[in-house]
Design a protein around this ligand. Structure first.
Ligand SMILES: CC(C)=CCC/C(C)=C/CC/C(C)=C/CC/C(C)=C/[C@@H]1[C@@H](COP(=O)(O)OP(=O)(O)O)[C@]1(C)CC/C=C(\C)CC/C=C(\C)CCC=C(C)C
Length: 606
């Protein structure tokens, strides 16, 4: 009996497990725990018979003075623990690196005769040839036996996973495939070199090639660790491929349980890629792209939401952005109002009784041939906006906030060279504007949350809506405080006249001062005073509503905290003297942003 093998764990495998657990804990979902359990169970169950065979046939051995003693099917318990901890570590690294990814954007609809068929078959052929060769090595029973046994055990599993998830294995970024394989492999190669040198485990001569990757690392060991990490990551990729299919295509999978059964996962993977709905995939890709380019705060926050809620929120963001841009960014004076009218007509059609269902129940999958809203979007909107409109899950949200949002955008249209303060005369006007452009967005977000996590009582839902509405206003005040300069350059001043008067300014002089070359120091001081007043009001709304986040359905609480705190961090930065400005806007440094998000995941701010 000895402690050497146990020490390998204490020194090398458990510290990374602990570190990864601490980092990943706030991000860990029920589905992640399910994945970890799933992978560990399969890894242990599939490795035990093989490893036991290697030990019993004397290909592999453990000197009795390095192990504690207890065994399972002749395998020392330390070794069984190795299967668990390696799978755990590689899985956590994969989960961490994959968190920012919205998997549905990597699905591809296949067409007859496209390159995907060849890619799949080439992979399958390569695996089949390897298995054949491996069988030969085992049959020969010479120095390539151990190599053959490794390959004949691992490659059939890889072949199966490749056949099910080849699209994702090719499409996912290397951060989700190559890195979670390469990093643990390299690490385990180093650990293995040290263990072999100390004689903690031994490969018997006669059945090994004797080739080494570097002194002390037998080629068989190197291949073993590489293939086992490939197996873990391929398994995780296949799992994510299946959940992406389940979440993306409600027409094929109407409901998705929180923890999909293995049978459902396999059913999803067996859905032919030619049956995928291209419009949904491309629409989601466009929405994610828009979110990534336009809002760092919400992009980061979106990665903490899950499943279909995450997809819906991204599409909602895309809709708000598209609508705002269509109305806001045209030069001619008639076009914005035309877009506004078109958006209203689109909503009228999407919320007509015929579409929403006569019994008031929501329809789940929109039928392009029947839905007048979809037909209208197809005909009337630019290419890059169509799919967002078509995918907007109107049946999961009330129509009123959308119409109010459009009223908010309409308020923006009253800004002009002769009316630089637009519709904002008083603080109440600014509150109303904030309520319309941002309070409404909050209501829509909460409605999506309550749809995806049902069970909230009506009275609590009301409380959540009221608080969310105020939180939207808080965010809008922050947005205005950040963009004073940008808005002035567009000829807009959102600051109430009374506030400006206190600083002996008017909206005209405020805009002229910010637009002009280098503003005087005393003028900038006044701007800062106005900015701080906007921020104070932002924090008043924030303080009144932040507590309500803890009343949301549990799985949405932490992600909502991230969304709100990431944006409010802009306000906190603006309150700091000498805040950082990028492209004319105050910005939150990347590391700070990550820290804010991570802290928000852990719990409410104190
Ligand atoms: C996580 C995720 C993907 C969330 C999506 C949130 C979403 C749908 C945002 C829409 C944003 C948008 C483009 C709205 C159009 C009107 C507008 C411009 C509003 C301003 C947003 C700022 O966005 P951005 O900085 O990208 O815009 P600029 O072009 O730079 O001006 C707003 C400040 C409003 C955003 C308001 C919210 C997201 C509501 C927040 C409140 C909650 C989520 C509710 C919290 C819940 C409780 C119970 C308190």
């Amino acid at each position: 009996m000895g402690h050497d093998y146990a020490l390998v764990h204490a020194k090398y495998t458990m510290p990374p497990a602990l570190l990864l657990s601490i980092i990943y804990a706030p991000l860990c979902t029920k589905l992640d725990l399910y994945k970890i359990g799933f992978l560990v169970t399969i890894a242990v169950a599939s490795t035990i018979p093989w490893d036991s065979y290697l030990i019993r046939t004397g290909i592999w051995s453990y000197p009795p003075d390095v192990i504690l003693g207890p065994t399972l099917f002749d395998i020392p318990l330390e070794e069984v623990f190795f299967f668990v901890i390696q799978t755990f570590n590689t899985t956590l690294l994969y989960l961490l690196l994959s968190k920012p990814i919205l998997h549905p954007v990597y699905l591809v609809k296949e067409k007859k005769g496209d390159s995907w068929t060849y890619i799949k078959v080439i992979g399958q052929l390569a695996a089949a040839l390897t298995i054949k060769k491996a069988a030969q090595y085992v049959k020969d029973g010479t120095e390539k036996t151990y190599l053959g046994l490794i390959l004949i055990w691992a490659v059939p599993f890889l072949l199966l996973l490749w056949s099910l998830a080849y699209q994702f294995l090719i499409q996912l970024p290397p951060t989700s495939t190559v890195i979670p394989i390469a990093l643990p492999t390299l690490y385990l190669w180093i650990v293995d070199t040290l263990a072999m040198k100390r004689g903690t485990w031994v490969i018997e001569s006669g059945t090994k090639t004797g080739w080494v990757l570097w002194p002390g690392l037998e080629i068989e060991e190197a291949i073993f660790f590489l293939l086992t990490n490939c197996l873990i990551v391929f398994g995780l990729v296949a799992f994510d491929n299946a959940t992406a299919i389940l979440n993306t295509f409600p027409a094929h999978f109407r409901r998705v349980p929180d923890l999909p059964s293995p049978v459902l996962l396999v059913r999803a993977l067996l859905l032919p890629a030619s049956a995928y709905d291209d419009d949904r995939i491309i629409g989601i890709q466009q929405a994610v792209d828009r979110l990534r380019k336009k809002s760092r705060s919400f992009y980061l926050a979106s990665s903490t939401f899950q499943g279909r809620l995450r997809i819906d929120l991204v599409i909602l963001y895309s809709f708000c952005r598209v609508a705002d841009d269509l109305i806001d960014s045209t030069d001619t004076s008639s076009e914005p109002r035309e877009w506004l009218q078109k958006l209203k007509t689109y909503l009228d059609l999407s919320y007509s009784d015929a579409v929403q269902g006569k019994d008031g129940r929501a329809v789940d999958a929109k039928d392009a041939n029947q839905d007048p809203g979809i037909l209208y979007a197809e005909q009337q909107f630019p290419q890059n906006a169509k799919l967002t409109l078509i995918l907007l899950p109107t049946h999961r949200m009330a129509k009123e906030p959308f119409y109010e949002l459009l009223k908010g955008f309409e308020m923006d249209l009253t800004f002009g060279s002769k009316t630089p303060s637009g519709p904002i005369k008083t603080e109440a006007d600014l509150d109303l504007y904030g309520a319309r452009v941002a309070g409404t967005v909050a209501l829509l977000c909460i409605q999506l949350v309550l749809f995806h996590y049902p069970g909230t009582s009506e009275s609590r839902a009301k409380l959540l809506m009221a608080a969310g509405h105020d939180m939207g206003i808080a965010l809008q005040y922050t947005n205005i405080a950040r963009d004073l300069g940008v808005d002035a350059r567009d000829g807009r001043c959102y600051v109430p006249a009374g506030w400006l008067k206190k600083e002996k300014l008017t909206s005209e002089s405020f805009i002229a001062g910010l637009k002009g070359g280098t503003p005087e120091a005393f003028f900038l001081k006044k701007v800062e005073t106005v900015r701080q007043r906007l921020l104070e009001r932002a924090f008043t709304f924030y303080q009144n509503s932040i507590g309500a986040i803890e009343q949301l359905p549990y799985p949405a609480r932490a992600p909502m905290r991230v969304a709100v705190e990431s944006y409010m961090q802009i306000a906190r930065e603006l309150q700091r003297p000498g805040y950082k400005v990028k492209g004319g806007r105050a910005t939150v440094p990347v590391l700070k942003r990550l820290w804010v998000a991570w802290s928000a995941l852990i719990g409410p701010r104190r």
